[in-house]
Design a protein around this ligand. Structure first.
Ligand SMILES: O=C(NCCNC(=O)c1cc(-c2ccc(F)cc2)cc(O)c1O)c1cc(O)ncn1
Ligand SMILES: [Mg+2]
Length: 214
């Protein structure tokens, strides 16, 4: 049967990247998406903004919602201090299987805990299953209608502390209007929009960075 787009992306990484070299894995995926097939990775333009926020925060506890093929997982994990791990949640088992192999090809498997399941089920389990008290950095890139219910879940589960940083992809395209209204109106967050474009296109999109004020 015909391969899937994530499987073709993995093949492109294995063909064009250097094992153990995260930068070459990132470049191989970006090349594949620009010249072969578009895919919903955060991409190089928004990815550079992601890099700068991760570097600024230098987090000890990290959560990513929506692994997809592991592109942003590799971008984040390559910047983490030694001994720091990131937890990434993926709902779709086929995507998780590809992501696992792409993360391993980059040599970052020891810095990543990939969990299959829905964010709504897994977020309340973070403390007991992974010994998390609070997250320093959260990257939201999963189903766009889950951003708002999940940020409320973070608050209810006591997973945010004064200064926790949430960075959300796709706040313009596909768009997360309810989430944007919530973080921009709430006195409990200091929010800032980083304008960019939908990955590999000229369509307007951007990232919203929201700092929890406690
Ligand atoms: O992660 C899960 N889906 C992918 C989320 N990501 C997106 O949907 C996404 C979409 C687009 C996009 C933009 C324009 C367009 F024309 C088509 C797609 C871009 C992006 O940058 C994304 O991130 C998921 C699955 C599931 O079953 N349960 C929980 N989560
Ligand atoms: Mg996205």
């Amino acid at each position: 049967t015909r391969s899937t787009r994530p499987q073709r992306m993995l093949k492109a990484v294995q063909k064009n990247a250097t094992k153990g070299n995260p930068k070459s894995v990132i470049s191989a995926i970006d090349y594949f998406c620009k010249h072969s097939e578009w895919a919903m990775n955060v991409g190089d333009e928004k990815g550079s903004i992601l890099d700068s926020v991760v570097t600024e925060v230098n987090p000890s506890t990290v959560l990513e919602l929506g692994t997809y093929c592991g592109y942003s997982t590799v971008r984040i994990a390559r910047l983490l201090s030694p001994g720091t791990k990131l937890i990434t949640l993926e709902f779709n088992p086929a995507n998780a299987a590809v992501a696992k192999q792409i993360i391993a090809y980059a040599g970052l498997q020891d810095k990543v805990i990939l969990v299959e399941g829905s964010s709504g089920d897994l977020i309340p389990q973070m403390k007991e299953r992974f010994g998390i008290t609070t997250f320093d950095f959260i990257f939201l890139d999963h189903w766009k209608d889950r951003y708002l219910p999940d940020i409320k879940l973070f608050e209810e589960c006591g997973l945010l502390r004064k200064g926790s940083v949430l960075l959300a992809d796709n706040v313009i395209c596909p768009g997360t209007p309810e989430y944007l209204e919530y973080v921009r109106k709430s006195p409990r967050y200091e929010s800032k929009y980083f304008p960019a474009h939908l990955e590999y296109t000229k369509v307007e999109d951007g990232l919203e960075k929201s700092v929890f004020l406690g």
